[in-house]
Design a protein around this ligand. Sequence first.
Ligand SMILES: Nc1nc2c(ncn2[C@@H]2O[C@H](COP(=O)(O)OP(=O)(O)OP(=O)(O)O)[C@@H](O)[C@H]2O)c(=O)[nH]1
Ligand SMILES: [Mg+2]
Length: 307
Amino acid sequence: MQVGIGIRLNEGEILVDRMDAAKAGDRRALARLLSSIENGELRFNDSHSDASDWKILALTGPPGVGKSCLLDRLLHEWVDAGLRVAVLAVDPSSPRSGGALLGDRVRMSVVDDENKKNSVYVRSVATRKTSGSVPLVVQDMAFCLLEVGWDKVVIETVGAGQSEVRCAAVADRIVLVEGPARGDGVQAEKAGLLELADAVIVNKSDLDGAQRHANELRESLNLGHEEAPEVYLVSALHGTGIPQASAMLLSLNQSIRAGRARWRERLLSHHERLLLEHPQFDTSLSNLEEGLMSFDEAYAQLRNKNE
Ligand SMILES: Nc1nc2c(ncn2[C@@H]2O[C@H](COP(=O)(O)OP(=O)(O)OP(=O)(O)O)[C@@H](O)[C@H]2O)c(=O)[nH]1
Ligand SMILES: [Mg+2]
């Protein structure tokens, strides 16, 4: 286990105890571990390889396309298949979520199912609470969940802003969820999401325009010369296409064409973390504000690890 770094847990409490408790199924201990990561008190490093069997999957796409409904359906399938799955729902700091309690946004039937609820864990990540780099906080939380014994982690994130796109890029596989055509073309292209996706699922196939949007997406994807990801049609509402989508996702390979874009986002996330966590970050900001330093000087200082 590669934990460590800046642990400031309460007196008398030992990280190892919490890890052991979380491994034994103590959800309170797990919640506290995840909060410590969210607060920047604890960090996890990777201990898995994303080469073959994925551990972390991102479901991303515009607000309201049915990501949570779809995920609920998938969780029922995956738990039936014997998997224990944790969900990290990244709270988009967009006006849409407003002040609403996130718990309401991620209400899922699978957590109310007596036979399945022990195999599912749902946690929201309040991005406004994190002082550090949000994507890396999400990544560390995912590593923590894997470390304490969850088989798979699914990150649900609205693919709206850059930070949310980067949250998806920490995953081993990225699935873009879309809805029926809205008459404004393929927006995912602009957000850079299409470039990152290993598969695309068009939800709400029960509504007009879903098939049309699936065709539009296929067209956009095929414009690139490299091998294009598959586009699937489902209805999370009626359950249409869900067993197929579930099986497809479990055996999903990393698309070669998405690799470069994903590494790009990961590198940028790490760069952001280095700057944000530099001991001189706040001082540099103040110096810039007061005109005591030039931008180049401030940036040079922050890039230097030891200053
Ligand atoms: N007609 C239809 N409606 C659906 C389907 N799937 C989800 N919905 C509805 O779409 C709305 C949004 O669903 P969510 O699952 O909350 O969507 P989301 O993408 O998770 O939304 P955010 O997390 O807020 O971005 C809800 O009212 C769902 O009932 C579907 O297959 N068909
Ligand atoms: Mg949702």
